[in-house]
Design a protein. Structure first.
Lengths: 298, 255
């Protein structure tokens, strides 16, 4: 069982019960997991279709509901609710300045067993190019719950990238605020969402500062600026490498810095398998990341 | 009934586009003039103001026909003549495509085809949940029906029994690839009435009807460029074009 999907269910149930404005929309994927919500809220828990998919129109319909004062929670596989419906998010939520919540599972390569069509490693980068869009990458189910409750009604379109790979690090998180996990002198490691687990395994005994970001947009520039050490920065993203560069470059204010990017290379994920199976291929083992770090601090 | 007003509106459009030396969606706008006049003057509940919460709503899914609506706005006092002449200019409230943050009466910004109907369906569904009684009118073009998202949202509207939405199809023959529109809407669970889009009485009758527990569509047979022979002869050329001095003289004579 994907614990964060289970948390999505619990959080959605809580929000539906406490907020009359909330409505959940799904494009077939996973709706069968929530029969009791569908029974209890027949009007506010909507499978967009009984079979098949219509993510584009689901997003546009959700925008119409947002115009009427409702708060849509749109749930589905990330490649389909984000990339397939990208223009609908851009125009119907971004341009129209409407609030809505996009909860995507199977992000990056988590569904690589289904092939490249079901992978979505560009999600963080492309959504970052929609003005007003917020991007949340929780690393644990409880973090998803906290961050969702903080942001779901803030009148912005917000993407929550949920994952089956959860961190063991367990400290309170806040929307729009990074955590300082540890402090050191040789480099700063910026870990996003579930990448913190790999960062902790690789650097727990190294003399580095580790920053943990669960919100990418709005980006916590101050925490990064105040915790840059030795002009060395290692960015670890659970997506294509460099998707966060616009936010980081803005935070650095043109300061020169030696930087390396850990994440997926810009290529289609065609070898199938699970994330763990593919780690070495994409340079995401503890040893490989340590090696990158050693190069960085030379 | 509104023949004189519509002729004046067409004259205003032509004069403004010529005077401002701009390009505009001329032939599409001309096809919609009877529809907009009947809708705003006789059908929509806008007595509290076009942007009032209690009013019916109009969504232009085929947003490029907005110029025709603006001319009606000017005619019924929503826009001044002076503001009508700001069409398409910087900082205008009446852009080539309507913007809900600026344009009077627009609850949804449109321009990219295939979005507006789905947005309107979402609004209609939310109103159902909230128990609101108003109607939502949404215009789509026959060419726009090629967009897959149109048919997705039609499935949803029928499934949710949205009888508060009225889709007006401006069948101005922009595409050859959309035969039997009426049959298609019927097969997707909508009630459809076919009407001559330039027959005011027929439009009034069709648009005042409501179905129960079914979404409703009015398939309006229109002529792209209607009423101006220059436009009617070459509707595609006049889809988006400016007006030269020579063309202006010909059009005025025609009107």
């Amino acid at each position: 069982m994907n614990l964060m999907i289970s948390q999505f269910y619990q959080t959605s149930k809580a929000v539906l019960e406490m907020d009359d404005r909330a409505v959940v929309l799904m494009a077939a994927s996973g709706a069968f997991l929530f029969p009791d919500l569908k029974r209890k809220y027949p009007q506010k828990f909507v499978e967009a279709v009984d079979v098949g998919i219509m993510e584009q129109s689901m997003v546009s319909i959700a925008a119409g509901m947002s115009i009427a004062g409702m708060i849509p929670i749109i749930y589905g596989q990330s490649p389909f609710i984000i990339e397939r419906a990208y223009e609908q998010i851009k125009v119907d939520f971004g341009y129209q300045q409407l609030g809505g919540n996009f909860v995507g599972f199977g992000a990056s390569t988590e569904n690589a067993i289904y092939g490249a069509t079901h992978c979505c490693p560009a999600d963080l980068a492309v959504l970052g190019m929609i003005p007003g869009m917020e991007i949340v990458v929780p690393g644990r189910p409880d973090e998803y719950h906290t961050l969702f409750l903080e942001a779901y009604a803030d009148n912005h379109p917000t993407y929550y990238r949920i994952t089956r790979y959860c961190n063991s690090y367990n400290k309170p998180v806040m929307f729009g605020k990074a955590n300082i996990v540890k402090k050191g002198c040789k480099a700063t490691v910026l870990a996003v969402g579930p990448m913190l687990e790999l960062a902790m395994q690789a650097f727990k005994d190294e003399d580095v500062t580790i920053l943990y970001y669960t919100t990418i947009v709005p980006f916590d520039e101050k925490t990064l600026q105040a915790n840059l050490v030795n002009d060395r920065l290692l960015v670890m993203e659970p997506a294509y490498q460099g998707g966060m560069l616009p936010q980081i470059a803005k935070a650095l204010h043109g300061n020169m810095m030696k930087m390396d990017l850990v994440g997926y290379p810009l290529e289609f994920i065609t070898n199938h398998g699970y994330v763990a199976d593919n780690a070495s291929r994409y340079g995401l083992t503890v040893e490989q990341v340590k090696s990158r770090y050693q190069e960085l601090i030379k | 009934m509104y023949e004189k007003e519509i002729e004046q509106q067409k004259r205003n459009i032509v004069e403004m586009v010529h005077a401002n030396r701009i390009e505009a969606h001329l032939s599409p706008a001309m096809a919609m003039m009877e529809i907009f006049n009947v809708l705003l003057r006789d059908i929509m509940n806008i007595e509290n103001g076009i942007d009032d919460e209690r009013s019916d709503r109009l969504v232009l899914s085929n947003g490029h026909i907005a110029l025709g609506l603006y001319a009606v706005y000017e005619s019924i006092g929503i826009l001044s003549k002076e503001e009508f002449y700001t069409f398409g200019k910087r900082d205008t409230r009446i852009a080539i495509h309507p913007d809900r943050h600026h344009t009077p009466g627009m609850v949804i910004s449109t321009g990219s085809l295939g979005h507006g109907l789905a947005n309107a369906v979402g609004l209609a569904y939310a109103w159902k949940i909230k128990g609101k009684e108003n109607r939502i009118f949404v215009t789509v073009g026959d060419g726009e029906l090629n967009e897959g998202s149109i048919w997705e949202s039609m499935i949803f509207a029928a499934r949710m029994k949205l009888d508060n939405i009225c889709c007006i199809i401006d069948d101005n023959k922009s595409t050859e690839y959309m035969p039997d529109i009426s049959g298609k809407f019927h097969s997707f669970g909508w009630d459809v009435v076919e009407v001559n889009g330039h027959d005011e009485e027929g439009l009034r009758k069709a648009l005042s009807q409501r179905t129960e527990e079914k979404p409703y569509a009015v398939l309006a047979d229109t002529i792209k460029g209607h009423g101006i022979s220059l436009f009617e002869r070459e509707p595609d050329i006049w889809h988006f074009k400016g007006i030269s001095d020579e063309e202006y003289a010909m059009i005025l004579e025609d009107l």
